[in-house]
Structures are given as structure tokens and as C-alpha cells.
Design a protein around this ligand. Sequence first.
Ligand SMILES: NC(=O)c1ccc[n+]([C@@H]2O[C@H](COP(=O)([O-])OP(=O)(O)OC[C@H]3O[C@@H](n4cnc5c(N)ncnc54)[C@H](OP(=O)(O)O)[C@@H]3O)[C@@H](O)[C@H]2O)c1
Length: 279
Amino acid sequence: MSGYKKFVVVGAGNLGSLIVEELLKQKAAGAVEEITIVTRPASKDNETNKAFAARGARIAAADLTDVSALTTALGGAHVVISTVSLTVIDAQVPVAQAAKAAGAHVFIPSEFGGPTDHLNDSLLGLKGALHAKLREVGPPLLLVYTGPTADTSWVGSPLVATGNAPISFTARNDVARFLVYVLVRAPAARLQNQTLRLEGDRASFNEIFKGYEERTGKKLDVTYRSLDSLRAKVAENPQDFDAYLHLIWATDGTNGTPDNGLYPEWNPTKVLDIIAPRK
Ligand SMILES: NC(=O)c1ccc[n+]([C@@H]2O[C@H](COP(=O)([O-])OP(=O)(O)OC[C@H]3O[C@@H](n4cnc5c(N)ncnc54)[C@H](OP(=O)(O)O)[C@@H]3O)[C@@H](O)[C@H]2O)c1
């Protein structure tokens, strides 16, 4: 058991809200003592924060550039989980500084996608390029790699590369469940300066599309693109997120050896069961 009982989520948006939900479950079970949501002052009274406050979370407003206000907001936290949006990934430097000043044992940066350690000057490379700075100013890091969410947005008229490469997918509620379970139950040494590689499912797009067609009887209109055309698109416009992601998924789409064994009963949802649930 880590002994960690006081948790902070910075930026409880799409993913962070699900992590707060899991923390609330663990609080009800007696495994978590305190949950704080750090939010920008303008978001303090939004519906999500008000609802979480009513269920026992503490809401602390702080500007993400104000280290002193952040340090006060994070005071007493054992673990600081950042789930801020990709658009403000650099804002995590003052958050990590404040986490260290507040005495936190672990800082989890907003990763929650495929591995970024080896990426540098690219869209998701922003995350990887930040690790060294976060290590320098903050508490020990825990990097959480989940692969793409098992989302439905790419089903319909999908555009993919070859479609044959295996990809690690994890649904967001499975990410939240795994993360909170491990933060409470794994030994602290497994959480400091470590990486968690989650894999809810490992499948290629073509396997998923075939399964979808078989289950639903609906024919998908898939457009395949060559790797060279994707490379050309990224070279022409490095901000082309769609081409960039499909290039990664077609060439390097898994998270490596999964750490799923840290939560033997995890039983994550398969992509196919999300996009085409059995009736
Ligand atoms: N693997 C995947 O397929 C996948 C998919 C989606 C996201 N992700 C990753 O998951 C992480 C969290 O993403 P998310 O979708 O949960 O984030 P999100 O909901 O878009 O944003 C999370 C929170 O960031 C805070 N924030 C602070 N400054 C902000 C600003 N200037 N603009 C917008 N938000 C700001 C907001 O909290 P307050 O309003 O409370 O301050 C917001 O609720 C990111 O690292 C993202 O890249 C991965």
C-alpha cells in the first residue's frame, strides 16, 4: 500500500472528472481521505465543480501561473494529478514547482496517451520535451501511458493508414479506475520516478472495423492513406494532428509491455464492446 490518501486533480475536465469519480468511490470505501480539485478562478463555480463540492471534494481556485497560490491550494497533497488540456501543457511547470513546495510525493503530468519520452519537436512531443523540466522542479514523476481513448469518433467513415498495425487503446473510465486503484494499493516505490503502461485493448483498426461490421451488419467506408502521404502532410503542416496521430498509430502505436498486472481484476473494456456493444 502506498499510504497515499490525499489527492489533488488539477483541471477536472473530460478525463479529470472521471478520476475524481474514482477517488470519491475510494473515499466512500475509506481508502482516500481528501480530494481537492484545483481549478482556474473563472471555473471555480462551474456546474462540475459545484457538483463535486456537494459530494465532498474540496475546490481550490488558483491561477496556473501563480506558484504561491498553487502551493497553498496543493497543501498537504500526497499525489498531484494533472489532467490539464493539451493546449496548456507548459502550464504544468509552475504546478510541479508548487507540488514540490507543498511536499507532494508524486506528480502525474497530463500524459494519458501513447508514450512521449522519445518524441521531441512535434505536437505530442511537447509533453515528452517537458519531462526533464518537470523532474528538475517538481516531485518524482509518474508517467501514465494509456494509448488513444477507445473513442467512437473514428468510426463511421474512417480515414486510416494501412490499418494493420497493433494499437494500445484504453477507455477513459478504465484509465481512471486503474490509476486510482494503483495509486492507493501499489507500493510508493512503484509510483515515484516510474511509468505506468496501460492497455485496455490491443487491436489494429482493421480488426476493429471487421468486428464492427460483423456485429452490426453495417458496412464501413474506410479510406486508406499511404504512409508517405501522411509523412508529406505532417512535413507540410506539423500542426495537422489527424495526419500526425495516424502516422504514429501506423508505425508505433503500442505502449510497450503493459503494467495491467498491477490490477489483476481490472478487466478493461474492449474497443469493440464500446463501439458496437452486444445487444
Ligand atoms: N489518448 C487520447 O486519445 C486522449 C484523448 C483526449 C485527451 N487526452 C489527454 O488527456 C489529457 C486531459 O485531456 P482532457 O480532454 O480531459 O482535457 P480538457 O477536458 O480539455 O481540459 C482539462 C482542464 O484543463 C483546464 N485548463 C486550464 N487552463 C486551460 C485553458 N487555457 N484552456 C482550457 N482548459 C484549461 C480546465 O480546468 P478548469 O476549467 O477547472 O481550470 C479543463 O477542464 C490531456 O493531456 C490530453 O492530451 C488523450
